[in-house]
Each structure stands twice: as structure tokens, then as C-alpha cells.
Ligand binder design. Sequence first.
Ligand code: CAA
Length: 261
Amino acid sequence: MSYQNLLLEQPESGIHLLTVNRPKALNALNAATLEELQRAVAAVAADPAARVLLVTGSGERAFVAGADIAEMCGFSAAQAQAFSERGMRVMSALEALPVPVIALVNGYALGGGCELALACDWIIAAEGAVFGQPEVNLGIPPGFGGTQRLARIVGRARALELVTTARQLPAAEARAIGLVNEVVAASALRERGIEVARTIACKGPQAVRLAKQAVHRGLDQNLAGGCAFETAAFALAFATSDQREGMHAFLEKRVAKFSGG
Ligand code: CAA
């Protein structure tokens, strides 16, 4: 599958690395890039051997500097609606991937770029990364889920401050408010992402998928509903060969060899 504005690689077995690659526009998301992102996410979803997806931006300056302002500038309301819906579909597809998705934020993650990172399961940031929702500077609110996911992650008051003032956060502050899990040197970002992905890739693949699904499904409903889903996921795991292998390996004091079955 070919892409003009993305790179989709597999640095190691089961580990996919998706790089937004439009350096001349600081990796800004235009409609063509969103369409490619949709295809790339679908390709990872269709790979039964996938274990983790890492998402990053090319170059050292930007993860993604937002939706493409030059493209949006002349939009009618109907075109803006279609563009927002396209972006929302990409973010939802990313979030719904059965495997963990980790954003490796290497620079500016602004507007649609921050929203792309928020749609990932968690964020590892380079020391110089900058986060923000600067849309109000342009006379628009966020359009790819920023008002929703940011509020769910950092809380209503912090999200409201960020989307109404357009204040940009350095990586350390983003970590302090729970937006970012971990901050590493820029030179170590890719390797740290692969290291975390490798840790996940050697666990029971079905268990990882079930655990991700349970967290996401639970957050969309009340505690009792989430716990009921967790029970169903737990029971389902006992119909897998991974459960038998994982438990026998423990009892036999050896390393488990999971097949993903
Ligand atoms: N869209 C289109 N082009 C962009 C862009 C964007 N979001 N961000 C940067 N670029 C382009 C610039 O126009 C510039 O192109 P030229 O070299 O052809 O002039 C190039 O990338 C480099 O950018 P700068 O010269 O501005 O670089 P800088 O280092 O001085 O500043 C920056 C970097 C602070 C990130 C600045 O580029 C900036 O503020 N970008 C816009 C950020 C923004 O507002 N993002 C939100 C967009 S709206 C949105 O995302 C809506 C949504 O929720 C869906």
C-alpha cells in the first residue's frame, strides 16, 4: 500500500510505526493525509499479528502542527463539517484499534496534532514537545475531538482553560497534568517507544487486546457495566490457548511462549 504523506513501517515483528510525513507543513493534517491515516489504521487493524502501533511525526520540529490551515481557510460550513467528520473518523478508528496505540510526540502537537495524540492510548513525549489547542487563535474551536478527549483526560477545568486561552504546554507540564505518561530525551524517543512496544508484544496477545477493550468500554459506561464487561473478557480469556500457556509456564517456572490463539 503506498502513501504520499505517511510512512508505515514494522521496525520489529508485531510492532507497527506510523509516521506523519509532511515536513514542509510541519506534518499538518490535510484531507489527503487524513484519508491515508484512515487506510493505514485499517491496515494495522487487519493484521492479526499486530501487537502495538506507535504514532509519530517526521523531523525534529513537529509531531503534527494541526489541521492544515491553508486547506481549511476557504471552507464553507458544509466543507468544514465534512472535514471534521473525516478527522473524527480517523481518531475513532485509531482509538478502536484492538492493540495499544502509543503516541511518540517529538515536537509541536497542536490542534489536530494534539487531538491525534489524545486519540492514542497514551503519550510518550520528547523533552522539547509542546502541546496545545490553539484553534481559538484562528477563530474556530477544535474539530477532531479535542474538547471531548482533553476534558476526559485532564478534567473539565484544565481542558476549558487550554481550549479557551490557546496556552501551549511544554512536555514537563503536560506530564504533570496527566496528559503525557513519560518524557524522554528527543534522541531516545523512538527507541523508548519500541522498548515499551516490545514489552507489550511479549505478553499474551489476546489478553492485551481484551484488557484494552475493557478499559475503553468501561470508560463509556457506569462502573457496574464496565465490571460486567471485564467479567466477560476474563471468562473469554479462559477459552484461549494463551491462558493455558501463560499459567502452565508460570507453574512450570519457564517463560511463556504465546501464540495469540
Ligand atoms: N497548517 C498548514 N501549514 C502549517 C501549519 C498548519 N497547521 N503549521 C505550520 N505550517 C507551515 C507554515 O505555514 C510554514 O509553511 P511555509 O514554510 O510554507 O511558510 C511551515 O509549516 C513552517 O511553519 P512556521 O514557519 O510557522 O514555523 P515556526 O517554527 O515559526 O512555528 C508553529 C511553528 C508554532 C507550530 C507554527 O507553525 C504554528 O503556530 N502553526 C499552526 C498551529 C495551529 O494553529 N494549529 C491548529 C490548526 S487548526 C486545527 O487543528 C483544527 C482542528 O482541531 C481540526
